[in-house]
Design a protein around this ligand. Sequence first.
Ligand SMILES: Cc1cc2nc3c(=O)[nH]c(=O)nc-3n(C[C@H](O)[C@H](O)[C@H](O)COP(=O)(O)OP(=O)(O)OC[C@H]3O[C@@H](n4cnc5c(N)ncnc54)[C@H](O)[C@@H]3O)c2cc1C
Length: 381
Amino acid sequence: MNFELTPEQAQIRAVAREFAEAELGEKIAPYDERHEFPREIVAKLGPLGFMGVLVPPEYGGAGLDYVSYALIVEELNRGDASVGITMWAHNSLCANHIAMFGSKAQKEKYLPRLASGEALGAWGLTEPGSGSDAAAMRTRAVRDEGEWVLNGTKAFITNASVGAIAVVMAITDPPKRQKGISAFILEKGMPGFGVGQRYRKLGLHASDTAELVFDGARAPAANLLGDLNMGFVNTMQVLEGGRIAMAAMAVGIAQAALDQAIKYMKQRTAFGQTLAEFNGLQGMVADLATEIEAARLLTLRAAYLKDAGQPVKHTAAMAKLFASEVAMKAATKAVQIHGGAGYITDFPVERIFRDAKLTEIGEGTSEVQRLVIAREILQLK
Ligand SMILES: Cc1cc2nc3c(=O)[nH]c(=O)nc-3n(C[C@H](O)[C@H](O)[C@H](O)COP(=O)(O)OP(=O)(O)OC[C@H]3O[C@@H](n4cnc5c(N)ncnc54)[C@H](O)[C@@H]3O)c2cc1C
C-alpha cells in the first residue's frame, strides 16, 4: 500500500489550494449574499486547467487522473462550495459524459470549448416528477426529418442558465424504461430550448440552479450522445465518477468547517481562557478531524480504484455517503463551537452550514447510497 501522492498530484493540490485561498472564501461571500453567479471568478478556472480536468489533452483538457481531480475538487470546495459545485457539474457530468461516450466529431466540437472554460456545461437528468427514480422521467425525444425533437422539463439543474452546452437524457423508447432512454447534446440557441425558473436555495447561493425547458426543442441527429437507448446505462457510469467527486466536495466543505472552528476557538475567550482550552470542544474537533481524515481516505481510495480501472460502484457510494454525512456533522459542530456567532451571516460557518446539506442530496441521496451499498453487499439485483 502506498498513501503518498505523486509529486504531480501534490503540485496540483498546491495550485488548487493557492487559488482557493486567493480567490474564493470571503471573496465569494458578497455573491452568496446577492444570490449572484461569480462569472469573473469562475472564468479564472479555465486557464488553470480546472474546467477540463478529465478531458484528454488532444481535446484541450488537462487529462488528469481521478485522484488529482478529487484533490482539486476538495480544495476548491474548501474555498467555496458554490464555485465547487459549478466546476463539479461542468467536469464530472457534462464534459465527462461527452468525453466518455461522445463520437470523435462530438468531442472535437464540444470538448475544447468546455475544457477552456469558454462554454460552461450543464447535465440534466432530474425532472419535477423524478429524481431518485430517474428512469421515471417524462421528457421525450422523437425523430423528425433528420432531427431530434424534445419535449419536457429538467429540474434542479446546476449551470442551467449560465451554461452554453447541456447533456440531457430523454425517453426514446417508452415501453423499455431504463433501456429506452438516450442522451443528447443541446446548445443554447437551438430552437425550442430554454431556461425555466431559477431556484432560490437554502445554500450554494452563488451557484446557478434552474430548470431546462424543451418546448419542441430541435437538435440535429448528430447530437445523439452515445448509442440510441443507452443513455441511462451510460448515465450510471457517469454518476459513478461523479459520486467520487461529490465525496471530495463534501470533504472540502467539512475541512472548511473545521478550519473555521479552529480559528474561532483560538480567538474567542470565555471564563478567562480561549475556547481551545475547553475539553468538551477539544473532543469535538478531535472527532471531526478524525472523521474528515477517514472521509478523505475513502474518497481518495475510490478515486485510486477508478484510476486503476477497477469497479467502484459501491466504493464510490460509500465515500459519498460517509463524506457527505461528515460534512453535515462538521458544519453543525462548527456552528455550535461559534455559539451565537455561528448563527449570523458575519461568520463564514453560517454559509458552510447551509452549503453542506446539498452533499447529502445531490448525486443520489444518502438513502440511495445506502441502497446501492446494501444491494452490493447482499448481492441483490
Ligand atoms: C442544488 C442542487 C443541484 C442539483 N444539480 C443537479 C444537476 O446538475 N443535474 C441533475 O440532473 N440533477 C441535479 N440535482 C437534483 C438531485 O440530483 C436530486 O434532487 C436528487 O437526486 C434527489 O432527487 P429528488 O429531489 O427528486 O428527491 P426524491 O427522489 O423525491 O426523494 C425524496 C426522499 O425520498 C427518499 N427516497 C427516494 N427513493 C428512495 C428509496 N428507494 N429508498 C429510500 N428512500 C428513498 C430520498 O432519499 C429522499 O429523502 C440537483 C439538486 C440540487 C438541490
